[in-house]
Design a protein around this ligand. Structure first.
Ligand SMILES: C[S@@+](CC[C@H](N)C(=O)[O-])C[C@H]1O[C@@H](n2cnc3c(N)ncnc32)[C@H](O)[C@@H]1O
Length: 264
């Protein structure tokens, strides 16, 4: 019997310069499930599990950040000891809650008032989404997890909020981390603004940068409803790949997660 992966491998074009291609992962849904079952779900904090299960009942559930990407982001947040973050695109709050659970609990109070360059009543995570209704689906779980005080939810399109933050020079280079998971057409606009707001050494992470694999397909093979965002994502991927202000890693986690580290 020929297994799926060997059919897949035969269909790939190998060149001598790319002997590592056969190591490519995620050749089947079973493999994705394997990663989730063995490594992600057993370690997923219970509030995140609860939020994932509540979100699964919502018609927009496919929008939620995948738990494996969430696990990677949690690791990144802890590695850089992120305290001040921006979240663009909240939906029911899976990535928001994991960020709130990953930033230090002791970073509140006095330290917040001393360090943050925003008004002293601002929280550590600025979370922006024009849809408050979906945020409110996850909010009771965020409250129960005891991390709501870390979140400043702003019901708005993200661009005007970022522009407003940039009007205050003190906000420049003051954030440790940003996560972007919203309208793909604005990814480059977000990138430009976040590069000013995030400090050198800080991270900007973009979700959906493989756009369901369509970035590597001919446009004719892509359904109409995915074409516009696919074009934006391809433009974004091309642009960040040559951007000298950042280091990047495009990981095949979830729907593609591009990690940008500001270096200048
Ligand atoms: C893919 S979902 C975000 C999923 C979220 N990261 C999670 O883990 O559940 C995209 C969200 O972006 C929001 N959105 C769309 N356009 C936006 C904009 N211009 N500014 C901010 N958020 C936007 C949508 O309302 C939606 O809630």
């Amino acid at each position: 019997m020929i297994c799926f992966s060997s059919i897949y491998l035969k269909s790939m074009e190998f060149t001598t310069a790319e002997p590592f291609l056969h190591k490519g992962l995620l050749q089947s849904f079973e493999l994705t499930k394997y990663i989730l079952k063995t490594n992600v779900y057993p370690r997923e904090p219970s509030p995140l599990k609860e939020l994932r299960e509540v979100t699964a009942k919502h018609p927009g559930n496919f929008m939620s950040t995948t738990p494996d990407s969430g696990q990677l982001m949690g690791m990144l947040l802890k590695l850089i000891n992120a305290k001040k973050t921006i979240e663009i695109g909240v939906y029911t709050g899976y990535s928001l809650l994991l960020t709130a659970l990953s930033i230090p609990h002791d970073a509140m109070g006095i330290e917040l008032i001393r360090n943050i360059k925003l008004p002293t009543d601002s929280s550590m995570i600025i979370a922006i989404d024009p849809n408050k209704e979906t945020y409110e689906i996850g909010l009771p779980i965020i409250q129960k997890a005891g991390v709501e005080h870390k979140i400043n939810f702003i019901e708005s399109q993200a661009l005007p909020v970022l522009d407003k933050l940039l009007q205050n020079k003190d906000n420049e280079g003051s954030f440790d981390f940003a996560f972007v998971d919203a309208d793909k057409e604005n990814y480059l606009n977000y990138h430009e603004r976040l590069l000013k707001l995030v400090k050198v050494g800080g991270l900007i992470v973009f979700d959906n940068t493989l756009w369901g694999g369509t970035v590597a397909q001919p446009e004719e093979a892509v359904s109409e409803d995915r074409k516009e965002s696919r074009r934006s994502i391809i433009e974004f991927n091309n642009s960040v790949s040559i951007d000298q202000r950042i280091e990047i890693a495009l990981t095949p986690s979830g729907d593609g997660l591009t990690i940008c580290r500001r270096i200048r």
